[in-house]
Design a protein around this ligand. Structure first.
Ligand code: ADP
Ligand code: MG
Length: 286
């Protein structure tokens, strides 16, 4: 499977992207955010899709790439059915431009392939090929969101390492906190020295979130000498699950929900790391 794209030079790939419906090259590279966690099911995908939508609503040209290879499900939460995925790109049956589809809120979207064993077991070369593709795409937009899988395998850490900023998601569940510490430990010991921003999801109060964050930050400082940033919290909110059932981002179908309000705060916290000039927000353009 690997190496099947060798006939395309980086310039040719870039041209393919340019010919697609992606925005024009700006000369500035996007900020790449990886949304990750130690434990699965803590809300990474839901957060990734909604963060991408919120950036797009604020006028940033945004692409979300589902790097949960083989078990990709961001397209479901985004309510789209991509015909081609990273799996087709890696196998050489699709060009990069062919796997970019339109998502909600004018976000561009690339799926990682679902139920594809070859993708779940992708080797170093295959992942490196995807990393090159991500870097190519970053030339054409302002924000790249990588929705990663859970855990500490290279299938996760390669994409976190590629990113400029890491968003670490946990809930207040003890195993989720322990596993969040686990992923920080692995990447920091591998030399990761970029910012890691913690989000505590599904909390019932700000105090609960603060306690979780302080516990995690205390451990990373004490045992790894690594300073974790506080990004914010997302409350437990039935709108999030309700939106999943509607196959749409909660910030789009329930814009007045508590979760959507907190999401806006999280994105404001991340916006300062985006290098592009502040664009005109979507609403102001309409
Ligand atoms: N803040 C929240 N309130 C209520 N349900 C949530 C919240 N965040 C996530 N969920 C639910 O948790 C489940 C797992 O979320 P998902 O984003 O798929 O997690 P992950 O990508 O980390 O595996 C989904 O059904 C989602 O609707
Ligand atoms: Mg997920």
């Amino acid at each position: 499977m690997e190496g099947s794209n060798e006939e395309h030079s980086p310039n040719e790939r870039t041209n393919m992207v340019e010919q697609s419906n992606t925005p024009q090259k700006s000369g500035k590279r996007a900020t790449i955010f990886a949304v990750t966690s130690g434990k699965g099911g803590v809300g990474k995908t839901s957060l990734s899709v909604n963060v991408a939508c919120e950036f797009s609503r604020r006028g940033y040209r945004t692409i979300i790439i589902d790097t949960d290879l083989g078990l990709a499900n961001a397209h479901i939460l985004a309510g789209i059915k991509p015909e081609k995925t990273l799996s087709d790109y890696i196998s050489g049956t699709a060009e990069l431009a062919d796997i970019i589809v339109d998502g909600p809120c004018q976000v561009k979207f690339i799926s990682g392939g679902s139920g594809v064993k070859d993708m779940a077991n992708l080797d170093d070369n295959g992942r490196a090929q995807i990393c090159v593709a991500i870097e190519d795409l970053a030339q054409f937009c302002d924000v790249v969101i990588l929705d990663t899988g859970a855990g500490v395998s290279k299938g996760v850490t390669d994409f976190v390492t590629l990113a400029d900023q890491c968003v670490l998601v946990t809930t207040s569940n003890f195993a989720a906190i322990a596993d969040a510490y686990g992923i920080v430990k692995v990447i920091v010991q591998d030399g990761f020295d970029k910012p890691i921003h913690a989000v505590v999801n599904r909390v019932r109060s700000p105090e609960e979130a603060e306690q979780v964050f302080l516990k995690l930050k205390g451990c990373t400082e004490r045992f790894l000498g690594f300073d974790l940033n506080w990004l914010g919290l997302l409350p437990e909110d039935s709108s999030v699950e309700g939106a999943v059932l509607k196959r749409a981002p909660f910030s789009e179908v329930f814009p007045g929900s508590v979760a959507a309000r907190y999401l806006a705060k999280l994105v404001s916290g991340l916006e300062r790391y985006v290098g592009a000039p502040k664009p005109v927000p979507q609403a102001a353009k309409d």
